[in-house]
Design a protein around this ligand. Sequence first.
Ligand code: AKB
Length: 314
Amino acid sequence: MKNILIIGSTGQIGTELALTLRKIYPTVIAGYIPAAPPKGELLESGPSEIVDITNPDQIAEVVRRHKVDTIFNLAALLSAVAEAKPQLAWKIGLGGLFNVLEVAREEGCAVFTPSSIGSFGPETPHDKTPQDTIQRPKTMYGVTKVSGELLSDYYHKRFGVDTRSVRFPGLISNVAPPGGGTTDYAVDIYYAAVREGHFHCPLKPGTYMDMMYMPDALRACIELMEADPTKLIHRNSFNVTAMSFDPEEIANSIRAVIPSFTMEYELDPLRQGIADSWPNSLDDSCARAEWGWQPKYDLPSMTADMIETIRRRG
Ligand code: AKB
């Protein structure tokens, strides 16, 4: 990787990925849409360009002008928002991916497009979900993710495009807030615990989902894109995880640091339905074997770091 374009750089993972990549690689272009322009450090630390994923000519022009060799395609609507706007979710998630893959085919770029635990559905084995298994999601988010995995594999096999991807679990960050995801409660709970000492949880006890702290997620993107291609049996997409917990377990981990923290349940049926259709825990042994995936943070170390950082920033 030398000249990198991030599409969707102002979203939750995009900003942190751009800032991390800029410490390692010579050129990292922050692609954005006018409705969500880059600000602060993202704006000041490197080049940015308007790149609307629904506009193939705009993607191609930026790729050619900057001699881009790698595209991180992070444009997507998260699961709960995608249920409210399914047509737009398809246009960005699948139509956008098609545009990116076509540019990559013509210009010889590698492409990273994250998939998600949302690519699984109710018929998928829920515990230690295997790498290769049933994927019949019932949400538009999941439909775009599993279709995106297939399309990316197709472009690799048919045209030799270097497509790679991981199925991200819920990502927990103390930098950019998430927006419209089913796993977002696991971010919101830390801010509520530090600021109000109390949290209204939208999911019921016993709702287990895979999660990952953002520093691990950023490493996963970079390590997969740097991996030796001859070792990759899979490409789109690898199961990766760092931990699995339910609302009671994350609340207890917070109580270990803030003993007075309290939580009550106020269920959101949309998010609960989505969470119930997703795995309880993933088997990520293929990622570990094929490119050495290894998370660094578990629930206690993530909780300690989240609370310490939120307190420090005020
Ligand atoms: C969501 O909850 O929609 C995302 C995801 C797991 O892909 N965080």
